[in-house]
Design a protein around this ligand. Structure first.
Ligand SMILES: Nc1nc2c(ncn2[C@@H]2O[C@H](COP(=O)(O)OP(=O)(O)O)[C@@H](O)[C@H]2O)c(=O)[nH]1
Ligand SMILES: [Mg+2]
Length: 491
């Protein structure tokens, strides 16, 4: 669909720049405007050790973010695409400075150059990467963190009520449903565009392979739990959906080596009646069967890379000849880790609406500025922001989506499902909205849109339709009209 939203947002920012010229706010406004052309910013949030850094690596396809301990895991770190390899620190006080770094075990080891982690507000890692071209990823230390201060910094990044929202969208990792997790999520929601607001947050049930203590059906159990979470009213209010992901397996699949492949083959060759015994616990795997021909160190390294579940799964795939090469094994492990499903969801729910999400961040920031820093002309900017937020159709869709999730719009389940779909709740691609295949012809799209248009017009006009649903139906009507207008326009 044509999206004038980003252009309207750019125009507002340009006007705001004129109004605030010479006030010291120009640089930030210019940065906000530049951000409209930059990749979407996605923060990875969740408790300490929920697997955030590992998942980030899996998404990038490289081991960049240090995992586990290490002082840099305590600093909010941005990973962004660029032409050069560079690490920049923004200290709490003083000018940003470039830092030296090396790669050990692939992960980037930053030399803080005398700075204490507490003194660094943020690190910026620039790294040429296709994945980072789609999204800048922000790794956070996690709430419930090692120290109050680190914890607070992660919290501030995500719940800022300051003028600038650093992240456009959030992937929130949860290992178990924890009431603290939900409080945190709620605090992140803003009040401006719609509240509560699940539009820019999705949930990941992380370390999914550990559910069911490494049993082969772990991912099936994890899927069941994730589905249950995703349909829980409290969870639906804060995230759009929940997907199970075994991030470690995904990271390893993306970076699998031939050496690891050869080591796994040895495990796969263990007679079937002995393998369960060997893989019962990590200790057993390290200690039993000296004839396996793997040293303690190698076994521990395999455990670190695959986890017990991953070793069991990898060995089974090789034994059953589902995979015969490292490439095939990597593909199978990735598919089973849930990372591909997560990437699909990120594409449809975040990247497919990147312009809306970016505009939203920018408008919220301008709105906060005009409210807190009065200036001649600021009222005009404020009015424009309000006009866009109130009238731009993509925001109306987001509002309806939030209202459905908050339980404010109710109706027969199939009607609500239909509504969510048409307004882009499962992705904003036209064929997705209409539940058509991706290769649907123009005729099919036109026919399906006309059907949907009639259906929603009837619902909007039916006096028996509850008030909220009638308003939502009008938004759906407008969506259908927009699709039809674009079909004509595309000719
Ligand atoms: N079994 C298993 N372990 C994981 C998974 N993801 C992360 N881990 C391990 O959990 C620990 C913490 O992971 P990390 O990514 O540093 O968590 P963070 O503190 O949230 O960034 C590390 O030892 C990881 O290897 C996973 O999907 N499965
Ligand atoms: Mg981390």
């Amino acid at each position: 669909m044509r999206d004038p939203l980003i252009e309207r947002t750019r125009a507002v920012l340009t006007r705001a720049l004129e109004v605030y010229r010479g006030t010291g706010h120009d640089a930030r406004l210019a940065a906000l405007r530049a951000r409209l052309d930059e990749p979407l910013r996605v923060a990875i949030a969740g408790r300490v050790k929920s697997g955030k850094s590992t998942l980030l690596n899996a998404l990038v396809g490289e081991r960049l973010a240090p995992t586990d301990e290490g002082e840099c895991t305590r600093i909010v770190t941005w990973y962004r695409d660029g032409h050069t390899y560079e690490v920049l620190a923004r200290p709490v006080t003083g000018e940003p400075r470039q830092l030296r770094f090396s790669r050990e075990n692939d992960a980037i080891q930053v030399d803080l150059g005398g700075l204490q982690p507490e003194d660094v507000a943020e690190l910026y890692v620039t790294w040429p990467s296709q994945a980072l071209r789609t999204a800048t990823l922000i790794d956070t230390p996690g709430i419930g963190s090692l120290s109050e201060r680190v914890s607070r910094r992660a919290w501030e990044l995500l719940t800022t009520d300051d003028e600038e929202t650093p992240a456009d969208a959030v992937i929130y990792l949860m290992r178990h449903l924890h009431s603290g997790d939900l409080d945190f999520l709620r605090a992140f929601q803003d009040t401006e565009v719609s509240r509560p607001n699940p539009v820019n947050a999705i949930g990941v049930l992380s370390r999914a392979d550990e559910i069911g203590v490494g049993r082969m059906d772990a991912m099936t159990s994890a899927q069941r739990i994730a589905t249950r979470l995703a349909t829980d009213v409290n969870v639906r209010r804060v995230v759009q959906t929940v997907v199970p992901v075994a991030g470690l397996l995904a990271e390893t699949a993306a970076t699998l080596t031939e050496t690891e492949m050869a080591q796994l083959r040895r495990v796969a060759d263990v007679p079937i009646h002995q393998i369960d015994d060997l893989l019962l616990t990590a200790d057993r795997f390290v200690e039993l069967m000296p004839e396996l021909g793997l040293t303690d160190l190698e076994r521990r390294a395999l455990l670190d890379r695959f986890g017990l579940f991953g070793i069991r799964l990898g060995a089974a795939l090789l034994r059953r000849k589902v995979a015969n090469t490292a490439t095939e094994l990597a593909r199978e492990l990735a598919e089973r880790s849930g990372i591909n499903a997560l990437k699909d969801i990120l594409s449809s729910l975040f990247f497919g609406r990147r312009d809306v999400l970016k505009s939203r961040s920018a408008l919220l920031a301008v709105d906060a500025l005009v409210r807190t820093v009065p200036r001649p002309g600021a009222d005009v900017v404020a009015a424009e922001v309000e006009e866009i937020i109130a009238s731009a159709h993509p925001f109306n869709e987001l509002r309806v989506l939030s209202a459905i999730r908050a339980g404010w719009v109710t109706g027969r389940p199939e009607v609500i499902d239909d509504l969510e779909q048409i307004i882009g709740g499962s992705g904003s691609a036209v064929h997705t909205r209409l539940r058509l295949p991706a290769d649907a012809s123009e005729e099919q799209i036109k026919a399906a849109t006309n059907d949907a248009l009639l259906r929603w017009q009837r619902r909007a006009e039916n006096p028996l339709t509850p008030h909220e649903l009638a308003i939502a139906s009008r938004v759906a009507v407008r969506t259908c009209e927009g699709i039809l207008a674009d079909l004509v326009h595309a000719r």
